[in-house]
Design a protein around this ligand. Structure first.
Ligand code: NAD
Length: 357
């Protein structure tokens, strides 16, 4: 066995339909008694319900979380937490709300409890992305890692099918890039494969019956695994392309991941075929083709042109993607990336790695 090293954060994780009803005991276990509950405006009612379930342990709600964690929203939330003398943050929502909780914790070191309602996996990482003057920067800090995660399948039951699929593919992308990460280790590889397997098995059942609590629970299990590995190892071409397209062209985060994943998997497949084989076996055929078929069966968007990218953006996108590239198992070449983007733009199947296209 090769040498390896890894860091695992001390996080308490609880799974279960209805587990949010144990929130008060988790707040108490943190030694806290004044929790500020965060959400987006769309999930404000859920935040209010959690607050009323906490009785005297909630000091207020803040329902202004927004995508990519704008620092002006964070400043307002920190001021509110300070005014209310909050001693704990509870984030109920997807990656945007979790991001706000992390941004507050980074500035105040308050402990965090996250109750995820999408599959983004942000709750399982010490990574914070935030935006100031239109520029998104990312940092990693142990203060940012939430202390407690409550995965309650009842809260994802109502996640619309469209976001369910794109959010799941966003999580699966963390796992695929973990498999070939430069700093992968035996644990990260095992967790990533288990995460892909959970989504492969449970996502079709969720699409068929969105209120199936058992299947929803299994997709949350997949989200946790895929998020955990995102926090352990470095990401590669896929995440670089998604950050480029999201940051420079304003494309929706999860949709961009969903469309690009089959293409980036295919791009790298020839360079790391043995490593990707167990994942390819889960989906059938090559991993890129298998993921393209799976995403299509789940009803995922397939074409970048359908989510707001223009044909005239492709040259600039290819240019930006090869500038300061992340480490990647196959060299990141401009012409090959331009070709990849063209296929993703049109919604065409990924390039066959053996050149048969
Ligand atoms: P999101 O949090 O923006 O949620 C998308 C929309 O879905 C929002 O309008 C939200 O109110 C709504 N929503 C959430 N849960 C719902 C539910 N159960 N039912 C109905 N509507 C619901 O989107 P996301 O994809 O979860 O997160 C994306 C953000 O997370 C991005 O900013 C991304 O950069 C970040 N992210 C960070 C990390 C990390 O480790 N730092 C990892 C993954 C994603």
């Amino acid at each position: 066995m090769s040498d390896f090293q890894l860091r695992i954060a001390p996080v308490k994780v609880r799974f279960g339909a209805g587990v949010r009803r144990h929130l008060a005991e988790e707040v108490e276990a943190l030694g806290a008694c004044r929790a500020l509950i965060l959400s987006t405006s769309g999930r404000a009612e859920t935040a209010r319900q959690l607050a009323s379930g906490l009785g005297g342990r909630a000091c207020g709600t803040f329902a202004k979380a927004a995508m990519h964690t704008p620092v002006e929203v964070t400043r307002e939330a920190v001021a509110k937490a300070t005014d209310l003398q909050a001693d704990c943050i509870i984030a109920v929502g997807g990656g945007s709300t979790t991001g706000l909780g992390k941004a507050i914790a980074y500035r105040t070191d308050l402990p965090q409890i996250v109750v995820p309602t999408t599959y983004s996996g942000s709750e399982a990482t010490p990574i914070l992305g935030q935006t100031e003057n239109g520029i998104k920067t990312t940092l990693t800090d142990s203060k940012v890692q939430p202390e407690v995660i409550l995965y309650d399948a009842e809260l994802v039951q109502g996640l619309p099918v469209g976001i369910t699929v794109t959010s799941a593919l966003n999580a699966m992308a963390h796992a695929v890039e973990t498999l070939y990460a430069k700093d992968r280790n035996p644990l990260s590889s095992a967790l990533a494969l288990e995460g892909l397997k959970a989504f492969r098995e449970a996502l079709p059942a969720v699409i068929k019956s969105p209120h199936d609590l058992n299947a929803r629970g299994k997709t949350l299990y997949g989200a946790w695994l895929c998020g955990s590995v995102l926090g352990q190892v470095g990401m590669a071409l896929h995440h670089k392309l998604c950050h480029t397209l999201g940051g420079s062209f304003g494309l929706l985060h999860a949709d961009t991941h969903a469309i690009l994943l089959p293409h980036t998997a295919a791009y790298n497949e020839g360079a790391v075929r043995e490593i990707l084989q167990p994942a390819a076996d889960l989906f059938g055929g090559g991993l890129g083709d298998g993921l393209y078929a799976f995403a299509g069966q789940m009803g995922a968007p397939r074409a970048l042109r359908d989510i707001g990218l223009n044909l005239s953006d492709l040259d600039k996108a290819a240019e930006l993607a090869v500038r300061n590239p992340y480490w990647n198992p196959r060299p990141v070449e401009r012409s090959a990336i331009r070709e990849l983007l063209q296929r993703a733009f049109e919604g065409a199947p990924p390039e066959d790695i053996d050149g048969r296209s």
